[in-house]
Design a protein around this ligand. Structure first.
Ligand code: COA
Length: 381
């Protein structure tokens, strides 16, 4: 491991971000067509039981509802075909041997290489890799260590999971390593293969998620490229809630006969999440701005977690004091859907090049736990 002594001047900045977007994309129309075909087949197969009142018929989904309720128009996924095949509606991937790079590592490495190239950073000069995501492909060895090895990094790596807030929790963890002098360059990688925990047969949530990978290179200002983002402050918060939950785990596996059992996949009380998380996050942002002596109304841009356009509209309004324009609070929900922890990082990655030195903004995540994280940043150079 590369140990760095604290010289007293260590200060964390974001040197660059990276993005990997899967080629496949599913439009709402394709998604709903497949879902409704599944519903029709299910209802036909259970016609007698439904007629006898023993089984509730399933109900069609709709493109209009999805777009209106969430702002999502499409989502990228790794391997679209089985997900929209009404006979499958689950992920199917070619099995890989232990000597082949695992999927999460592969897309994480792609995003990390993008960030490293943008920063002009040689991977050999990175000290640590955090794989921060909602789901890990396996318990161990850590995904982060596989990514570290693939990039040729001499240092340390570990996985961390705080659901949709994983990336901001990762940024604060990386920033703390820089502040303490334990590292000078840390990669926070968030490969989110959300198609694996989404219940594609559940009308209430089948439209929510998409696959992606992001990377954030957090470094000490002394080695950062001239153009970077000062981290003005980071703040994390968690409050236990069952309203977004997934019971899959090593003590609670989906046995073959119960695969697809809803509680081993993503389940949520969407209305409650909406009502409880919006005020919690808006207050947290305003309080943290106050702690940092920043005027929230003067923030140039908010890069919010990408779960729901309505939630973002309300949070941005409470923070800025007026209805936010797309320029003030950009959304990537229309093409990416909810990409869990990667969402606010995608929004930042795709919407920061037009800002100028001195502009101040906020990267903010929120989600299961509940969990929320704020990273206030200011552009330099
Ligand atoms: N197609 C058509 N209609 C649908 C539907 C679908 N796919 N899913 C639900 N509906 C219907 C419901 O049956 C209900 O009808 P009713 O009023 O006649 O009973 C109506 O639409 C409203 O359903 P509801 O589930 O209350 O929708 P909503 O307006 O709350 O929107 C979410 C649902 C999930 C988009 C929204 O609650 C949300 O985004 N919540 C926060 C999600 C979030 O951030 N989660 C974190 C994940 S990390």
């Amino acid at each position: 491991m590369n140990a760095h002594n604290n010289t007293g001047a260590a200060r964390p900045v974001i040197s660059a971000t990276g993005l990997f977007t899967p080629e496949d994309s599913i439009s709402n129309a394709e998604l709903v067509e497949s879902f409704n075909a599944f519903v029709d087949r299910h209802n036909a197969a259970h016609a007698d039981a439904i007629a006898a009142g023993e089984v509730e018929p399933l109900v069609h989904s709709s493109v209009e509802f999805i777009e209106k309720a969430s702002g999502i128009k499409a989502r990228h996924v790794i391997n679209k075909t089985p997900l929209i095949d009404p006979d499958i509606m689950e992920p199917r991937h070619e099995p890989r041997g232990n000597d082949d790079m695992s999927m999460m590592a592969e897309i994480g490495v792609a995003a990390a290489r993008d960030a490293l190239a943008r920063a002009g950073r040689d991977a050999a000069d990175v000290d640590a890799v955090l794989c921060a995501a909602s789901n890990m492909q396996r318990p161990y060895p850590a995904m982060a260590i596989e990514i570290q090895q693939a990039l040729g990094i001499d240092g340390f790596a570990f996985d961390m999971n705080v659901a949709c807030s994983s990336a901001t929790f990762g940024i604060q963890t990386a920033a703390d390593y820089i502040r303490s002098g334990n590292a000078k360059s840390v990669l926070v990688v968030s490969p989110e293969i959300t198609s694996g925990h989404l219940n594609w047969r559940d009308r209430d949530s089948h439209f929510i998620f998409g696959d992606v990978a992001t990377a954030v290179l957090v470094e000490d200002v002394s080695i950062a490229p001239a153009e970077h983002w000062d981290i003005l402050g980071t703040r994390l918060k968690t409050v236990f809630s069952n309203n977004i939950r997934n019971n899959f785990g090593f003590l609670n596996r989906a046995e073959p006969e119960t695969i697809g059992t809803p509680d081993k996949l993503f389940v949520q009380e969407g209305r409650k999440v909406f009502k409880e998380v919006v005020p919690m996050v808006a207050q947290m942002i305003v309080d943290e701005a106050d702690r940092l002596s920043l005027d929230p109304a003067a923030l140039r841009r908010l890069w919010l977690h990408q779960a729901n356009a309505g939630m973002n509209r309300l949070i941005a309004q409470r923070v800025l004091g007026h209805e936010a324009s797309e320029d003030e609070s950009p959304t990537v929900l229309d093409t990416y859907g909810n990409t869990s922890s990667a969402g606010s990082i995608i929004a930042f990655h795709l919407n920061n090049s037009d800002l100028v030195a001195g502009d101040t903004g906020l990267i903010c995540s929120f989600g299961a736990g509940y969990s929320a994280g704020t990273v206030f940043v200011r552009k330099v150079a």
